[in-house]
Design a protein around this ligand. Structure first.
Ligand SMILES: NC(=O)c1ccc[n+]([C@@H]2O[C@H](COP(=O)([O-])OP(=O)(O)OC[C@H]3O[C@@H](n4cnc5c(N)ncnc54)[C@H](OP(=O)(O)O)[C@@H]3O)[C@@H](O)[C@H]2O)c1
Length: 286
């Protein structure tokens, strides 16, 4: 939790972050306080999670100096104009009650209702990016990035920007690791963050993964998180349970090259259970 990656602009980012998707605003403050007590210094929230206020309460109550925390939030996927993006960035600063945000990323290249459709919203993403660049230059954001961006979405920004994205946060876990996108992104000196590193809980059902976890005498989340770290990714496991927070931070072991190869080839998960309707897991919002 205290180890860091360095972003392309020299900013240090803790290698393990606490995900907060599906943590209610009312529960978020307590989750942040518990996580910081255990040693977490990196919290991942989003406008769309509706819990920036709760996270803010947790930051205030946790007893650790603001400058020792790393707070990420995400510009809502539907924001695809410069004016809306400027106003949204300011709204997040207000909701989080912060003078600056450590990292702000475009949540998705496409609004959620259009996720997976043909239109990549190139112009809208360039507009949103311009607003992020300006807030970065003004010192309101210490780093800026993107999420769910495919190669073509990254190229759209890279060929038009004055500040390069520092992060691409994508779905990456055992049984669903987009190796080509990871290689391409890392080659641009962009850190890849792994969201849903435990497959939103679905990896608990996988017998092959369970067998490897038993071999190392670790839990399935520990194995899953360690796998992403060994690929040079930054995992963002979500939990509200302090015991699970502690478990997820216990990843000081090494998966052998042979077992990494095995894990890289575990069959693709198609079914994310109750969360399958979510666009990020291949579903469609109605
Ligand atoms: N950028 C994007 O579009 C995007 C999309 C999805 C997610 N994310 C980010 O990534 C984070 C994580 O993804 P996720 O929430 O989908 O799923 P995840 O972290 O892969 O899995 C979370 C599930 O695993 C359980 N869990 C976690 N640690 C555990 C442990 N040690 N033992 C037993 N159960 C454990 C949690 O339940 P408990 O709470 O009960 O422990 C929860 O049900 C999100 O919170 C969010 O910050 C970003």
């Amino acid at each position: 939790m205290i180890l860091t990656y360095q972003l392309s602009n020299g900013i240090e980012i803790p290698k393990l972050g606490l995900g907060t998707w599906m943590i209610d605003n009312e529960e978020a403050a307590q989750a942040v306080v518990e996580a910081v007590k255990i040693g977490y210094r990196h919290i991942d929230t989003a406008q769309a999670y509706g819990n920036e206020n709760g996270v803010s309460e947790g930051i205030k109550a946790c007893g650790v100096n603001r400058e020792d925390l790393f707070i990420t939030t995400k510009l809502a996927a539907e924001v695809k104009s410069y004016e809306e993006a400027v106003s949204s960035i300011n709204q997040s600063l207000k909701a989080l009650n912060l003078d600056y945000i450590d990292l702000m990323i475009i949540h998705s290249p496409q609004p959620w209702m259009e996720f997976g459709e043909e239109d990549r919203f190139f112009e809208g993403n360039r507009e949103a990016w311009r607003a992020l660049e300006e807030a970065y230059q003004a010192g309101k954001l210490r780093a800026i990035g993107v999420s769910n961006f495919q190669k073509e979405d990254l190229d759209n920004i890279l060929s038009n920007c004055t500040v390069k994205p520092m992060v691409n946060q994508i779905l990456a876990h055992i049984s669903n690791t987009p190796f080509d996108l990871i290689t391409y992104t890392q080659a641009q000196d962009i850190l890849v963050e792994a969201y849903s590193p435990i497959a939103h809980g679905e990896l608990f059902k996988n017998r092959k993964v369970k067998a490897i976890a038993e071999k190392y005498d670790v839990s399935i989340p520990q194995l899953s998180i360690r796998y992403t770290l060994q690929l040079g990714l930054l995992p963002l496991p979500k939990t509200v349970n302090p015991e699970h927070m502690r478990d997820n931070a216990g990843v000081d072991f090494t998966i052998s090259d042979e077992d990494m190869e095995f894990l890289k080839n575990v069959e693709h998960i198609e079914d994310y259970g109750e969360a399958s309707h979510m666009p990020v897991f291949g579903g469609k919002l109605k």
